[in-house]
Design a protein around this ligand. Structure first.
Ligand code: F6R
Length: 614
C-alpha cells in the first residue's frame, strides 16, 4: 500500500519519478505528490486523486531538478486530500519525506512535537516523521540522514521512507521496516528507489533490496552505503533483476486485468517449467524439496493467506488432503495472528501471497516462526518480504500482476499447490505410480485447456451483458470448486461493486435460498465429477424458485445445457484441476460486467494491490 519512488543523479528527476508513480499506482491511488530539489530550492507538488491529476497539474509548474521523491497514496490516516498527500515537509521547508506504512505511536510523538512548538498541517501519521527528523537534526546538530536514524529509534510501526533535504542536495536517505524498498544502482552513478522494482527496471537491473531496519545512505559520486539502525555499516547485497520491461505494459489490451487473464496459458506453463515432466513421470518443486519430508511428517500443514490467496489455499487444502492424506488447515492470516494459535515445531506453516508483502500474512509467519514451526512461502514477487523470511518456498512465476484484482496469480498459486500435492502424494505413496502419471499428464494439459476457455470470451461477454445491472449474485460450487465460487464472487464485487456471495452449493437451502427470485443470477459450477448429480439437484431447487442459472458445464453436457438459463463450457479435465479451468469464465464475467458498468477495472475504488497495513 502506497507506492514510493525516488531518483538522484544527472538526469531530470521529474519524468523518471512520474513514470515510476504510474507503475506503482496499483499500490494506491488516493493522492500523489512529488518533491524536487532544484539547486537550493525544495519544490513540492501534491494533488488528491490519481497520478494523472498530478501530471496535469505539473504541466504548468517548473519541475526542474535532478533529485526528487514521489508518492502515490492509499489513505490510512486522514482523508485523500491535497494536504494529506505526501511528500510532507519540515516547518522550515528544508526536508521532504515520503512514507509507506503506519507509524503506530504517531499520536504520542505528535503531542511531544506540538509541545516543542511544531505545527501540523495534515492529519497523517507521516508528518510526525518529518518534524521528528527536523527536531532531532537541530537538537543534536546532525545531518538529516543521522537524524532520520535517530528518529527511527523512537518509532513503532511499519515504514519505507525516503527523505531529501535542500541543504544536502546531492544526498538521499532511505529506510525500511516491514514495508518494501528497493534501491537501483544506475550505470552513471545515479540511484533509483522504489517500493518494488517496476519503476527501476527500465534504467538498471542492479538492485539492492533493503532488509528490515536498514538505512540506505546515498551520496552522489560515492558508492551506496547501507547501515543498520545501530549505525553499523553493512555490505550491500547487489542482485540482478530478472524482470522484463514488456511485462509491465498493457501489450495492446484495454486493461491490465484482461491482459493478465489472457496470459494464463503462459503463466501456468511457466509455473511448470523445470518442475514437471509427464513423459519422464516426475514432479519436483526445487525450492520446497528439502522440506517435503518435514511436510509429510508434520502434524499438520497450516496455510495462511488473505483474499484471493486464501481461496487458493482452500483449493490446496482439498488437493493435499485428498492426494497426500496430510492434514491441512487454511487460516485467514489476520485471524490466525491474533488468536494465540496452537503451533509447535511439528507444524509447517505455508504462506500464500502474490505480493509477498501482505502485512497480516507476514505477521502470521513471524508468529509461527516464533513458536518453532517451519515456515514456507508461495509468492509471486521475487525478493519480496515473505520470500525472504521463509525457510524455503516456491515462486509462482506468473510475472508482474498489475491489475488490482488478482487473476493469473490465483491460477499460478493453485498450480503450485497441485504440484505440491502430487509431489507429496508420490513421495508418501498415497497414490499409485499409474495414477501419478495420469495426473501429471492431466495437469500438463491445463494451459491448452485454459486457452480453449479463453476462446469462449465473446459468448461470456454476451452473458455479462444480460447481468450487468443486477445488484446481487450468488456463486455456488462443491468440494474444491467451493473456493472457486468464493473467488468468483470476490472478483465480481471488487471490480463491479455488485454484491455477490459464494456458498457451498448444498448450503444454499440453509439460508441463502430465501434470496432467490427471478432477479437473482446464480453462477453454478456444475462440471462432471463426484458431486455432479448433487449439484444438478441444487440447480433444480434454484429453478423451482425462478432464479437465473448460469452454469459452468463440462464440454458436451447436453443435459445441463437444457436446464440452465445460460451455460459456459469448459474442456473435460480431471476433477482435481477443474478449479483452474472454472475460474477463467468467472474472471471474464466480472471483467466484462465491470467494463459495461463503467468501473475502473484495474484500480477499483478503495483497494490497493499490496496490503502492507493490517
Ligand atoms: C483480490 C485480491 C486480494 C489479495 C489479497 C492478498 O483480487 O487481489 O484479495 O488476494 O489482498 O494479497 P497477496 O496475495 O498479495 O498476499
Amino acid at each position: 500500500m502506497c507506492g514510493i519512488v525516488a531518483y538522484i543523479g544527472k538526469e531530470q528527476a521529474f519524468p523518471i519519478i512520474l513514470k515510476g508513480l504510474k507503475r506503482l499506482e496499483y499500490r494506491g491511488y488516493d493522492s500523489a505528490g512529488i518533491a524536487l530539489i532544484n539547486q537550493d530550492q525544495l519544490n513540492v507538488f501534491k494533488k488528491a486523486g490519481k497520478v494523472s491529476n498530478l501530471e496535469e497539474f505539473m504541466l504548468h509548474q517548473d519541475h526542474n531538478g535532478t533529485s526528487g521523491i514521489g508518492h502515490t497514496r492509499w489513505a490510512t490516516h486522514g482523508a485523500p486530500t491535497d494536504t494529506n498527500a505526501h511528500p510532507h515537509v519540515s516547518m522550515d521547508g528544508s526536508i521532504a519525506l515520503i512514507h509507506n506504512g503506519i507509524i503506530e505511536n504517531y499520536n504520542a510523538l505528535k503531542q511531544e512535537l506540538i509541545r516543542q512548538g511544531y505545527l501540523f498541517k495534515s492529519e497523517t501519521d507521516t508528518e510526525v516523521l518529518v518534524h521528528l527528523v527536523d527536531f532531532i537534526s537541530k537538537k543534536e546538530n546532525v545531518w538529516f540522514g543521522e537524524a532520520l536514524r535517530l528518529a527511527l529509534l523512537n518509532v513503532v510501526g511499519a515504514y519505507a521512507i525516503v527523505a531529501i533535504s535542500k541543504n544536502f542536495p546531492g544526498q538521499m536517505v532511505a529506510a525500511r521496516k516491514s514495508s518494501p524498498l528497493v534501491v537501483g544502482i544506475g550505470e552513471n552513478g545515479d540511484f533509483y528507489l522504489a517500493s518494488d522494482a517496476t519503476p527501476i527496471v527500465e534504467y538498471t537491473k542492479r538492485v539492492v533490496y533493503l532488509e528490515d531496519e536498514e538505512i540506505a545512505v546515498i551520496k552522489l559520486g560515492e558508492e551506496l552505503k547501507i547501515y543498520n539502525i545501530s549505525d553499523q555499516e553493512k555490505t550491500p547485497y547487489i542482485q540482478q533483476l530478472e524482470l522484463e520491461l514488456e511485462a509491465l505494459e498493457k501489450g495492446g489490451y484495454d486493461h491490465f486485468m484482461l491482459k493478465e487473464i489472457h496470459e494464463q496459458p503462459r503463466s501456468i506453463h511457466d509455473c511448470f517449467r523445470g518442475r514437471l515432466n509427464s513423459s519422464e513421470g516426475w514432479v519436483s518443486l526445487g525450492g520446497l524439496k528439502e522440506y517435503e519430508q518435514k511436510m509429510i511428517q508434520a502434524k499438520r500443514l497450516v496455510i495462511v493467506a488473505c483474499g484471493t490467496s486464501w481461496h487458493a489455499g482452500l483449493v490446496g487444502e482439498y488437493l493435499i488432503e485428498e492426494l497426500a492424506r496430510i492434514n491441512v488447515e487454511v487460516e485467514y492470516a489476520s485471524e490466525f495472528r491474533y488468536r494465540n494459535p496452537i503451533i509447535s515445531e511439528e507444524d509447517v506453516v505455508i504462506a500464500i501471497s502474490q505480493s509477498g508483502e501482505t502485512a497480516d500474512t507476514l505477521a502470521a509467519l513471524e508468529l509461527a516462526k516464533s513458536k518453532g514451526a517451519t515456515i514456507l512461502g508461495i509468492c509471486n514477487v521475487v525478493g519480496s518480504s515473505i520470500s525472504r523470511i521463509t525457510d524455503a518456498g516456491s515462486y509462482t512465476h506468473a510475472g508482474p500482476e498489475i491489475g488490482v484484482a488478482s487473476t493469473k496469480a490465483f491460477t499460478a498459486q493453485v498450480t503450485i499447490l497441485s504440484l505440491l500435492a502430487l509431489s507429496l502424494a508420490h513421495k508418501k505413496g498415497t497414490i499409485s505410480e499409474s495414477e501419478f502419471r495420469i495426473l501429471i499428464a492431466e495437469l500438463e494439459a491445463i494451459p491448452e485447456k485454459v486457452q480453449r476457455v479463453l476462446e469462449n470470451n465473446a459468448d461470456i461477454e454476451k452473458i455479462a451483458l444480460e447481468f450487468k445491472d443486477v445488484t446481487n449474485a450468488l456463486y455456488l460450487g462443491r468440494g474444491s470448486l467451493f473456493p472457486v465460487a468464493l473467488e468468483g464472487a470476490l472478483k465480481l464485487k471488487e471490480i463491479s461493486y455488485i454484491h455477490a456471495e459464494g456458498y457451498p452449493a448444498a448450503e444454499m437451502k440453509h439460508g441463502p435460498i430465501a434470496l432467490i427470485d427471478e432477479n437473482m443470477p446464480i453462477f453454478v459450477i456444475a462440471t462432471q465429477g463426484n458431486s455432479y448429480e448433487k449439484v444438478v439437484s441444487n440447480i433444480q431447487e434454484v429453478k423451482a424458485r425462478k432464479g437465473k442459472i448460469i452454469a459452468i458445464v463440462t464440454e458436451g453436457d447436453e443435459h445441463l445445457k437444457e436446464i440452465a438459463d445460460y451455460h459456459i463450457e469448459i474442456p473435460k479435465s480431471h476433477e482435481f484441476f477443474v478449479p483452474i479451468l472454472a475460474t477463467i469464465p468467472f474472471q471474464l464475467i466480472s471483467y466484462h460486467i465491470a467494463v459495461m458498468r463503467g468501473c475502473n477495472v484495474d484500480q477499483p475504488r478503495n483497494l490497493a494491490k499490496s496490503v502492507t497495513v493490517e
